[in-house]
Design a protein around this ligand. Structure first.
Ligand code: TXA
Ligand code: MG
Length: 320
């Protein structure tokens, strides 16, 4: 029997019993558990094979709940929360003492967001605790944007994926922290940098590909298909370089119409970056399941959501 279900009451009772449920959000599916249940949180780490040094995001249902999680809210953080929540932005702020260390990997800060998905907002409102939820994929794999992606990864490990359809935005939230009250972007994501800057002015981006970065999820190799992946400005030369191989191609808006290509996915025929972002991970999942030797991915334009997509694609292609 499939673990995919729309039964919200079932999700509630599993979560109240310290079990895990995969939940839909507008960014990607999350693997959720009660933040105050040590059993559930340990289970999140072991199910994902995620190292304990990588902290989790806490999901709440309203801006007002923020003060139950964090002890200080800088002015710009409040403005961002009021402007963009519910939505694809995560704030990293000083934590309250009641937030367990296992959630924050021992840091004195905690990551929080209000997701913009009706099903999960309804779920959160009926629970008496917030949900910790990392993306519902094994460590270093591609994040899931459809319930089927989660079931593919975890059908033997969890009891339920709460079905909320395909994720509208399709890439993880943008993470913003504060150093000396000044905002810093730790992870580019579904809320474009330019949109954030229209509200709080110029923001520093510290989105480096380090071994142990500020947002420890930002490792050099991450979000990876199992198939060798190459990110390039010049698909045609890479087709020549890989001409003996079974090639898959992922492009923004143009078909290469090349006979050496086994499989090709176009993200947005109308060159719409929002549409392309929403389809990106599903396209990578599809290509990764076609027994190809190599996936050639066209570099996206370096602005707006194109920047966020390039960040993930560079990590997906690292070291191949
Ligand atoms: O869109 C999203 O953010 C999704 C959905 C499910 O909400 N969640 C998600 O979670 O992408 P995850 O665990 O895959 O990524 C969380 C990122 C990691 O890179 C982690 O290092 C960072 O947030 N993070 C969490 N707490 C932090 C903290 N206190 N300081 C800095 N970075 C933190
Ligand atoms: Mg993740």
């Amino acid at each position: 029997m499939s673990i995919i279900s729309k039964d919200i009451q079932k999700a509630i009772s599993l979560l109240e019993n310290e079990e895990l449920v995969a939940i839909p959000t507008e960014t990607v599916y999350g693997l959720a558990g009660n933040i105050f249940s040590e059993k559930a949180i340990k289970n999140i780490f072991s199910t994902k094979k995620r190292p304990f040094f990588n902290p989790l995001i806490v999901h709440i249902s309203t801006v007002d709940d923020l003060e139950t999680i964090v002890s200080e809210i800088p002015k710009k953080a409040k403005l961002l929360a009021k402007t963009f929540w519910p939505g694809s932005m995560t704030l990293v702020l000083k934590k309250r003492n009641n937030i367990p260390d296992i959630i924050t990997a021992g840091k004195d800060t905690v990551a929080v967001r209000v997701p913009n998905h009706a099903t999960t907002l309804a779920l959160l409102k009926q629970l008496s605790f917030p949900l910790a939820a990392p993306s519902a994929n094994p460590f270093n794999n591609i994040s899931p944007t459809k319930p089927e992606h989660v079931a593919h990864y975890f059908k033997n490990d969890i009891k339920m994926v709460l079905d909320g359809g395909a994720c509208k935005n399709g890439i993880e939230s943008t993470i913003i922290g504060f150093e000396n009250d000044e905002p810093i972007i730790y992870r580019l994501g579904a809320l474009a940098l330019e949109e954030i800057e229209t509200v709080i002015g110029k923001v520093l981006v510290k989105n480096k590909k380090e071994e142990r970065p500020d947002a420890p999820g930002m490792l050099k190799k991450h979000y990876s298909p199992l198939t060798t992946t190459i990110l390039t400005d010049d698909i045609l030369s890479e087709i020549q370089n890989n001409s003996t191989k079974k090639i898959g191609v992922l492009t923004l808006n143009t078909s290469f119409k090349n006979e050496k290509i086994t499989s090709e996915i176009i993200l947005s025929e109308t060159n719409n970056l929002k549409e392309a972002t929403s389809k990106l991970y599903d396209a990578l999942h599809q290509l990764d399941h076609q027994n190809l030797d190599v996936i050639l991915v066209e570099k996206m334009p370096d602005f707006g959501l194109g920047k966020s997509m390039n960040d993930r694609l560079q990590r997906a292609a690292f070291d191949n």
